[in-house]
Design a protein. Structure first.
Length: 106
C-alpha cells in the first residue's frame, strides 16, 4: 500500500512514543531512542520522521500549555494513532513469522 511503508527508524520512533506514553515530545523521544538503541540521533532526523509519520496518519500531535521553564513556549506531544498501532502490529507479526522460517543451525 503506497504511503503506509514503515521504515526501521520510524518504527523505533513509534515504539519510543508508546514507551513514553503521555510524556512523548521531541526531547524525551530523542533521549529514549538513545537509551534504548544506544544510538544518538539528530533533532532534524527525528523531526523529519515525526513529520512523515504524522502525514501517514501513524501518529498525532498536540501542543501542551506554555511553561516558564521553556520561556513561554509549548511542548508538542505525540501519540500513536489506531492506524499506527495496527501498522506496528503488522510489522511485528511479519518479522516474527520470518524469524520462525529460519532453519535452526546445529
Amino acid at each position: 500500500m503506497k504511503g503506509t511503508h514503515l521504515g526501521e527508524f520510524q518504527e523505533i520512533v513509534m515504539l519510543c512514543i508508546l514507551i513514553l506514553n503521555e510524556n512523548a515530545y521531541g526531547v524525551t523521544i530523542q533521549e529514549e531512542i538513545d537509551k534504548q538503541m544506544k544510538r544518538a540521533i539528530s533533532r532534524g532526523a527525528l523531526h523529519t520522521a515525526l513529520t512523515r509519520l504524522e502525514e501517514k496518519g501513524f501518529i498525532r500531535s498536540h501542543y501542551g500549555e506554555p511553561t516558564s521553564e521553556r520561556g513561554g513556549r509549548r511542548k508538542r506531544f505525540y501519540e500513536v494513532s489506531t492506524k499506527g498501532l495496527e501498522t506496528l502490529q503488522e510489522a511485528k507479526e511479519l518479522r516474527q513469522g520470518m524469524w520462525q522460517l529460519i532453519p535452526k543451525l546445529n
